[in-house]
Design a binder for this molecule. Sequence first.
Ligand SMILES: C[S@@+](CC[C@H](N)C(=O)[O-])C[C@H]1O[C@@H](n2cnc3c(N)ncnc32)[C@H](O)[C@@H]1O
Length: 378
Amino acid sequence: MEDNLDCPVVLTGNEHSKFLSKRYGYKEWMISRFLNFIPHPEKMLDYVHDSKNLHYYIRVNTLRTNPQELKRRLDEKGYLLRETILKEVFEIKNPGFGGIQIKDTGITIGRQNNDVNNDNKDAVTTPKDYDLQSSKDDDLGSKQPSIGSTIEYLKGYYYIQDLSSCIAVEELEIHAGSDLVVLDMAAAPGGKTTHIAQKLDNKGAIFACELNSNRLASLLFNLSRCFVQNTIVLNIKAEEINELELQFDRVLLDAPCTCEGIIMKDHSRKKSRNLVDLETCSNRQKKMIISGFDVLKPNGLLIYCTCSFAPEENEMIIQHLLNNHKDAKIEPLNYGMDGLTSFSKYQFDKKMVHTKRFYPHIHSTNGFFIAKIRKKPN
Ligand SMILES: C[S@@+](CC[C@H](N)C(=O)[O-])C[C@H]1O[C@@H](n2cnc3c(N)ncnc32)[C@H](O)[C@@H]1O
């Protein structure tokens, strides 16, 4: 596929897309695109419309505790935990979100989860003067605080994070306590950085880049809360990482994106983004993936992910990398639905089928995309 043709792709709407966009409150250009590449798109629109369908997950921080011990403690407090495909991740049926209100700041602890994290909606500063507030939600009649306000949360025993995000780190192939040097190109508020740190058992080193200085506080807070000791935070544009003259065994690019995949958690995104935003994100993602791949060691692994459905932010970014780096090879992943091998008039590399997509109405997660890329050995 050639690069940069008609990006983003504009698809003509019809009476049906007009009807659906009115019914569910989206901009029509989004719906006419969804109808072209999302499986059972109307089912998804219906599913995402109803907040009762939201799923919440917590990841056990194995630097602080283990799944059995955390489950015991949270069971005692009345939380209902269910196992998932990952042994360190539980679904939580009654999260009782409400959070901790930090007096005089309006800042809430405990909502930094779910990758609602491209626009400072999430996360925390330092917990200086906080008020443990019971949730107003009457989940199953319980009176426990929200899952983002427990003592266990504040002590870093777990991180509130979508299952799809946890799968992205799982796929980085980090074996317990291995001495790897890892680059996290877009780190705040630290969901994936803290996960990588626990996989490394605080060994090796993580270089965590974050461009937005307003988001550094949340990153530093979570690193400290989760007892992470192997991470160097860099307030830089990740595209400029080559200036450090370092090479990495693993690179994670959890790219800043349009966040279409978290509309269920933030309904304003049905209308707040336009095609120019999509183009801006896509262009930045292309630069970031090339920079990340450039500093990857031979035989090293790069995981690229977004919480977007848009092919311009997903398969087209991977295709851009393949077009520019003959030593980049797509590898298979363990979970999710196959990536697209074509979109509109574009055909992608046959191996694009090994990239994976996650959909709320199918996987009970955020909308998410993951690709695993190996740099061929010299
Ligand atoms: C999807 S969020 C990262 C979420 C994070 N990985 C986690 O799991 O908690 C993307 C982040 O990239 C940051 N960002 C945007 N452009 C960047 C750039 N050029 N270099 C580094 N970080 C950037 C944003 O401020 C945002 O915090």
